[in-house]
Design a protein around this ligand. Structure first.
Ligand code: TPP
Length: 698
């Protein structure tokens, strides 16, 4: 028998209470099995009990039924997933690090994901508290785009749901997503599981007075609900109201339910910071006996029934455990796989199950590596704008956005006119939160769109670092179940002057990060080919737009055509010679060319164009010929990308070198503002030429 809740009159939710009871008992049986046996046997290394949080999560799972709904949560979200129909076997494969599971032994067994195109998609969760929020906001924004712009009725009533603890309401991600959801009126539920603690820190440290709903009372554009997550009827009413609101009003809800955390934060936590009274209080608020009593009183589950269901749940979990225990671990030889898209033996891509535009049947226009030069020369700004424009015209799932990108056309004028031409659903301004810009991109990519976010200046990617890392590592950490291709455009490097905020390069950080392709064009022609390749590729790419080169006369080139692409990992020889190899990229290539022209040295100049991947073969072949190598970059010298090239050559070119591999780069300081100081700090054609002559003498 099912009971409808007495909500605000809409009565759209009918809870299947017997299923609630069954899932709750299975959740407890799994927690018991892991806490009492598997952690001790070291078969499970990380255990985060959901005991106490479980009832409300399971009930929430029952309202997520839309075929384009998405949820995300955190390490305590297993009951929600159980409720969504994910098999017990998968949970144990994950916590016991067996082959398959959510990540093939790569991620913590409680950091879940579940690709689904027709049913509730579980977005890959993050181990970072608060990182779950903005991707769900991105998915919710994509819902509107699919339904209103692409006219796909499958998305009509869809909603996002994100779970977070009371500690998470202090994070940047929470506030960033709240701003997005309220200013854009996004269909998403924020569900805050308030257990009073973030590990040991009381919730009064996270928001004044400890109650986020009270503090948000004056916030516009969001419905707030709060109550007891251990009282089945009260929780049912509130969950039902939250669901009704998000489905019918198409605007956000924040639902806060108080729940006890009946165990330590994780298996290792003894809860010594909780008083004896608090522990008793929490035990008294265990939702399990409350549910049993409630269902008994309603005549839905008798005492005998309940006992039998509990026995069945335990027996079932034990039986699945026995099977999983016989299963092998993932093959260690495969651990390097799926950082980027891979191809099968026939050369066909082994696609992820979810994320990006490559899973749809849409076709790209023709591409070609042949330059078809248009008359005249354009600067890099125009080259990038023309390429974005062409791809926006031919790819309806592509979105360009960021701070000032819309009406103003970007602070570097790259997106000038694109909003007028393509409309503000596809080219738009965002709130001032880089975490929001990239987290939203992540959610949009998972929802089958191609986000092309702009980060105004390289330094301002810092607040988005967590989302950038989570994007890059996604394919690997989900064992190719999910990937989030996107193209992040960011401007960096010196201009007429420098400064520590607007002139950073630090491109090497994204080479070091997992799963990012890194592109650093030095001129307009390459910018077109590389950007078009990135926009049609199935991996995420960071595309650097060098501030000086955006309008530098050296960088102006004929437009190479609407089909022009440059595959990544192919450098370009700008000059050939046999005495010295000079390797550079981005804003330093033209300096190197000037330097070579100042000397009479027969130097070979290689513009790498992409750093991840980079053209090792071209560099090695050249150094084998010249026996000398100078690497020039604008980024700081220590652990700059030059160090990587030098290490490679030290091994591969050891017997061919006539001189040590040399680097010329900025010292480990910020980029100074005064042009006089900047001139002194950065490599320039004079000191590059001097370095070349030194090497030539050896
Ligand atoms: C960004 C980040 N900082 C710190 C941590 C370490 N950490 C893991 S859980 C946690 C507390 C989270 O508390 P809350 O959000 O209330 O969730 P609960 O565990 O209570 O359910 C902390 C500090 C982390 N995982 N991520």
């Amino acid at each position: 028998m099912n009971l409808k809740t007495k909500d605000e009159g809409l009565q759209t939710v009918t809870f299947d209470w017997r299923k609630v009871a069954k899932d709750l008992l299975i959740s407890r049986a799994l927690d018991d099995l892991e806490e009492y046996d598997l952690v001790k046997q070291k078969k499970v290394l990380y255990q985060f009990s959901a005991r106490g949080h479980d009832l409300a999560q399971i009930m929430l799972g029952q309202v997520m039924k839309g075929k384009k709904d998405a949820v995300s949560g955190y390490y305590r979200s297993r009951p929600l997933l159980l409720s969504l129909g994910i098999a017990v076997e998968q949970f144990l494969q994950a916590t016991m690090m067996r082959r398959g599971g959510f990540s093939d032994g790569r991620d913590i067994g409680v950091v879940f994901n579940e690709p689904r195109h027709n049913g509730v998609c579980v977005l890959p969760m993050s181990g970072g508290v608060g990182a779950q929020y903005t991707p769900v906001a991105g998915w919710a924004q994509a819902i509107d785009f699919h339904y209103k712009y692409l006219k796909d009725s499958d998305w009509e009533d869809a909603a996002g749901l994100v779970l977070g603890g009371d500690g998470s309401v202090a994070t940047n991600g929470f506030w960033s997503a709240l701003t997005m959801a309220t200013t854009l009126s996004l269909p998403m539920i924020f569900y805050i599981e308030d257990n009073g603690y973030g590990i040991s820190v009381p919730s009064s440290f996270q928001t004044p007075g400890g109650n986020i709903v009270k503090n948000l009372e004056s916030f516009k554009g969001i419905k707030l609900l709060s109550g007891d997550g251990t009282n089945p009827q009260e929780a049912a009413d509130l969950i039902s109201q939250a669901n009704d609101h998000v489905r019918h009003n198409r605007s956000p809800v924040l639902l806060r339910l108080t729940v006890p955390r009946l165990n330590g934060h994780s298996a290792q936590d003894t809860q010594s910071y909780k008083s004896a009274e608090r522990l008793i209080f929490e035990k008294q608020h265990d939702p399990l006996p409350k549910l049993q009593k409630f269902l008994n009183q309603k005549g839905i589950v008798t005492t005998g029934d309940w006992e039998q269901m509990a026995k069945d749940a335990k027996a079932y979990c034990d039986q699945v455990y026995q099977q999983v225990d016989k299963q092998p671990n993932a093959d260690p030889r495969d651990v390097h796989r799926y950082v980027f898209e891979e191809k099968d033996a026939n050369g066909s891509p082994i696609l992820q199950k979810q994320g990006g535009i490559h899973l749809s049947q849409d076709k790209f226009p023709l591409s070609s590596e042949q330059v078809v030069p248009a008359p005249g020369r354009i600067n890099m700004v125009t080259a990038i704008r023309k390429t974005l424009d062409y791809e926006l015209t031919h790819n309806k799932k592509m979105l360009v956005f960021g701070e000032d990108v819309g009406a103003k056309g970007g602070v570097h004028a790259v997106t000038l006119g694109l909003q007028d031409k393509h409309g503000n659903a596809r080219v738009f301004d965002t709130s001032l939160s880089e975490e929001g810009i990239i987290g939203r991109s992540l959610g949009m990519s998972l929802a089958g769109l191609l986000p092309v976010p702009e980060i105004q200046f390289r330094k301002y990617a810092d607040p988005a670092e967590e989302q950038l890392n989570d994007t890059g590592s996604m394919r690997w950490r989900t064992g190719n179940r999910f990937a989030a291709p996107m193209v992040v455009r960011m401007a960096g490097g010196y201009f007429g002057c420098g400064d520590p905020w607007h002139s950073q390069c630090a491109e090497v950080k994204w080479v070091h990060a997992i799963g990012w392709q890194v592109v650093v064009p030095s001129n307009a022609e390459d910018a077109v080919g590389l950007l078009r390749y990135a926009l049609r590729d199935n991996n995420p790419t960071i595309f650097f737009e060098h501030r000086k080169m955006l309008d530098h006369i050296w960088a102006r080139r004929p437009y190479p055509g609407d089909q022009y692409v440059i595959p990544f990992g192919v450098g370009k020889k700008i000059l050939t010679g046999d005495r010295l190899t000079v390797v550079s990229w981005g804003g330093m290539v033209h300096m190197c060319q000037q330097a070579i022209e100042k000397t009479a040295i027969q130097a070979e100049l290689i513009d790498l164009r992409t750093l991840q991947p980079w053209d090792k073969d071209m560099v090695l072949e050249s150094v084998k010929k010249t026996g000398r190598c100078l690497i020039v970059h604008e980024d700081n010298i220590s652990a700059g990308f030059g160090a990587e090239i030098a290490a490679y050559l030290a091994k591969e070119a050891f017997f061919y070198l006539d001189a040590p591999v040399e680097r010329l780069a900025t010292a480990d300081i910020g980029n100074p503002h005064d042009p006089l100081l900047m001139e002194h700090a950065l490599p320039n054609s004079t000191n590059i030429a001097e370095k070349m002559m030194e090497l030539d003498q050896i």
